[in-house]
Design a protein around this ligand. Structure first.
Ligand SMILES: NC(=O)c1ccc[n+]([C@@H]2O[C@H](COP(=O)([O-])OP(=O)(O)OC[C@H]3O[C@@H](n4cnc5c(N)ncnc54)[C@H](OP(=O)(O)O)[C@@H]3O)[C@@H](O)[C@H]2O)c1
Length: 242
């Protein structure tokens, strides 16, 4: 079993993912109201945690690297620190590059999803921080295994996948997304080459969404003109042999 995974993102009308690049709100529209919708909608899902890729987590957790003395081998086994009933902040960090310096990110308990090749010193650092960790195979890329551990060991039934582009892309490719919650910001980016909300790094003839179909669940217009779209991700009729 794995958690239900809801990909929750905010985007400009041209599908780009850097809010700092979006055009300004129209006159009379409060930018703070628009910004607040992202967390408000996220809270409405009552998920037990949120998950981001290594790059996004490094924008949130900005502690400096520090040497942690360790003399002993630490087993490559799930480590559950004291969660104290908090939701989880899950980072997909195969090489152990993120430094937290504490046991939480934005107040939620850190769980690092790692490759077994990370160093003992890095594992010791996480333990010293009070953070938890689990392993996604030798190279940290076995997401079904990692999601299984989140469900079975950490009891996560619903998890928000909150980017960035590459992480969303790999979860799409691996068919690990059950629902998409998309906030369309009344703004445009417009520059060629800027990341979109799904960026799977595959060959030109690959279709990361192959075998999947989106079923519209709901559309709501929120204060300030933000549009909230929800889709369920299903197996496509062709992949079911229909
Ligand atoms: N608009 C929004 O709602 C929103 C939400 C979140 C983030 N963002 C923005 O998105 C940008 C970052 O996006 P990004 O695509 O550059 O990076 P990202 O998805 O945050 O992180 C990518 C990295 O995560 C690791 N990773 C992700 N999936 C993996 C998998 N399946 N297996 C193994 N490793 C995996 C890899 O780390 P290694 O490179 O270490 O191998 C990979 O390079 C940021 O600027 C952030 O602000 C926007």
């Amino acid at each position: 079993m794995r958690p239900k995974i809801i990909c929750h993102m905010v985007t400009s009308i041209d599908g780009r993912l850097h809010p700092s690049r979006f055009t300004a709100p129209a006159s009379g529209i409060d930018a703070a109201v628009l910004r607040r919708h992202y967390d408000g909608v996220a809270d409405s899902f009552k998920a037990e945690g949120w998950m981001v890729g290594r790059t996004t987590m490094q924008e949130i957790a900005k502690a400096a690297a520090r040497p942690v003395a360790t003399t002993s081998y630490l087993p490559r086994e799930t480590y559950s620190a004291d969660r104290r009933n908090r939701n989880l902040a899950v980072a997909i960090d195969p090489h152990g590059k993120v430094h937290y310096g504490k046991d939480n990110a934005l107040g939620d308990h850190v769980v690092a999803v790692l490759g077994e090749n990370v160093s003992d010193a890095y594992l010791a650092e996480l333990r010293e921080d009070g953070a938890s960790y689990l392993f996604a195979g030798p190279d940290g890329r076995d997401m079904p295994k990692a999601m299984h551990t989140l469900r079975e060991t950490f009891g996560v039934k619903t998890l928000l996948l909150e980017g960035g582009a590459a992480t969303n892309g790999t979860f799409l490719k691996q068919r690990l997304i059950d629902e998409i919650s998309l906030l369309i910001h009344p703004a445009i980016d417009g520059l060629a080459g800027v990341q979109t909300i799904f960026e799977y790094a595959g060959a030109a003839n690959e279709n990361p969404g192959d075998g999947q179909a989106l079923r519209h669940v709901a559309t709501e217009t929120l204060e300030g003109g933000m549009v909230w779209l929800r889709y369920a991700v299903e197996a496509s009729p062709a992949s079911r042999g229909a």
